[in-house]
Design a protein around this ligand. Sequence first.
Ligand code: CO
Length: 434
Amino acid sequence: MKTKLVSDFLVFLRNSPTPYHVAQNLRTMLKKAGYEELFEREKWSLKKNGKYFIIRGGSSLLAFELNNIKENAGFLAIGAHTDSPCLKLKPNPTKEKFGYLQLNTEVYGGVLLNPWFDRDLSIAGKVIYKTKSNQIGTTLIDCKKPLAILSSLAIHLDREANKKRSIDKQKMLSPILSLPCGEKDFKDLIVSKIANKEKIEKNFSVLSSDLFLYDTQPPAVTGLNDDFISSARLDNLVSCYYACRALIDSKSEYNKLLICNDHEEVGNQSYIGAKGNFFKDVLGRVYKTPEIYSRVVASSLLVSADNAHGLHPNFPERHDENHRPIINSGVVVKINNNQAYASNADTCSIIENLAEKHKIPVQYFISNNEMPCGSTIGPITATQIGLRTIDLGVPSFAMHSIRELCGVKDISSFYKLLVKAYQEDVKGLYSSLG
Ligand code: CO
């Protein structure tokens, strides 16, 4: 059944075509709930029961609530990532071939490329501009309407397409934008989007931009009994959205934190990625001496939230036979003893206990030995900060496709688990552990 919990998420998904829009929409949610925005270049004066958030680089966000200021009071952190694999525009974005104007794209992250063909694509992202009076401004745009299409080659011209269709990323990923003379029209479109958004005259120059292609087909609840959600970017906007909702909705006397990093899909290596110092810097400003910092971190837990692979009925052999998560059968705890996931026996016991207490279904994923799994921010953040971590998320199909699938029921289990985690006494969780 489509509840408000689900319909609000569909709106969020639709309005979040890029990591910048994700951070922007999380900011709106947090501000509405009374969280104060802090800026890294300014001095902070934090108060007990204060609710704060910081955005770095426009696309990574950290929020926290200081409900317990005792020196060894830990925090429950939930981590997720704001980016999704996609096609991005190169700085010189147009090229003309045989009278067609096409877009020049770069593949961002591990995209499942075939599903990008024959979709009504639009453009969104960040633009930095300079006005005639030398004012520099940054704005987010979203063209919303279908603008470009990556047409497939007809079956008659590619008889082998259903048997083998590999993709040459330089040759085949240039969507058609228009017939000739469109280059000026394209620039005009971007300029008028900025002018409308910022309510400024069109006589400015674009200094730089970071633009993404995305599918205009809106997210949907689907299936005979409305069992599923299909959309782009479920990995990892399910986790960004519900973790933020859980942070806002959970009344707690304990410290709560949310970290949503960009650049997970390309290895986390940037000043806003999980390998960077964003999380550590903020903790260092909240907990001012190394001793307090260490005591707090040792009393804290990170729930690294990211989607998992559900068992696909057409490909059951891809999973380990004893670990086959089914969509709508519960939140998936992800384990990999080679540390692609950070869950361990201690952190699994914490989640098992919590799930049992609140009757939340939990399943396990550990990969088939011949099928190495992906990774996520969990192990990286655990390494950077020294936090005990559990990796978990909702089971899904078609991860990294332009249209992914997850379960409606899992969404509510997941949200409930995150709310309950925020309400738990984190320090108490460790009392029987080493
Ligand atoms: Co992910």
